[in-house]
Design a protein around this ligand. Structure first.
Ligand code: SF4
Ligand code: SF4
Length: 217
């Protein structure tokens, strides 16, 4: 599996947006970009991904939980996975970021039939991640590399596909309960709204995409 992650790391390096989005959220988090703070997001890696990165750099180590919530997270992980922490945003090495770092705040959205429709957001970060309120700014290069990387990963490691299929189903359940649409970006950078309770999907214009406090105009 190291070979798979090596290929992904070589092919997935485009910035998510054409600016340093850390500048847009760090004021909410004592100067640290939200997704690079272990207090907000603990990167989870496949064990072979972790081994590969450890062989390239001393940037990463195993996450050491400091409270019950952290313990729960570690105990809930699949045997193939490991919770990690890096040395911090000041020491970031772009080439040695994990797949989850490269993809954040997006995950591959998979519908009931098993088709990867596009990029959906980790919605619990809506109140802290500027990109989620600015999906129209996501670069085409990022979208292309995102699809290529996850399609390769799913081909080589089908259980990863199952993880994201389940996560997409969870998002549908949560959003149906909230009577909210799920917004996704497809491979051609077209935007779509997936309506709650299985009521279908339709194209949306950039100006119809949602923005959330504190990033809403
Ligand atoms: S992806 Fe979101 S949380 Fe991470 S640095 Fe950019 S705006 Fe902040
Ligand atoms: S490796 Fe870089 S992008 Fe990933 S969490 Fe650490 S500082 Fe953030």
């Amino acid at each position: 599996m190291k070979k798979v992650y090596r290929r992904i790391f070589n092919g997935f390096s485009a910035p998510v947006v054409p600016l340093d989005c850390g500048e847009k959220c760090r004021h909410l988090n004592d100067g640290v970009p939200v997704c690079c703070d272990i207090g907000h997001a603990v990167p989870i890696m496949d064990k072979s991904e972790y081994k590969l990165l450890r062989s390239r750099s001393d940037l990463w180590s195993k996450y050491k939980p400091e409270d019950d919530h952290g313990e729960e997270l570690v105990n809930s992980l699949h045997d193939d996975c490991v919770a990690c922490e890096c040395k911090g945003a000041k020491f970031c090495e772009r080439d040695n970021r994990s797949l989850s770092c490269r993809a954040f705040p997006f995950f591959p959205y998979i519908d009931k039939s098993g088709e990867m429709l596009g990029l959906a957001t980790y919605w619990t970060f809506e109140d802290r991640c500027w990109v989620i309120s600015n999906m129209r700014k996501v670069t085409r290069e990022f979208i292309e590399e995102f699809f290529d990387s996850y399609e390769h990963l799913f081909k080589k490691k089908p259980d990863e596909f199952d993880v994201f299929k389940d996560y997409s189903a969870t998002m549908r359940r949560v959003f149906s309960r909230k009577k909210r649409a799920i917004y996704i970006i497809d491979r051609d950078k077209k935007f779509h709204a997936i309506l709650p309770k299985g009521a279908g999907m339709h194209r949306v214009k950039k100006r119809e995409l949602p923005a959330f406090e504190p990033f809403a105009d």
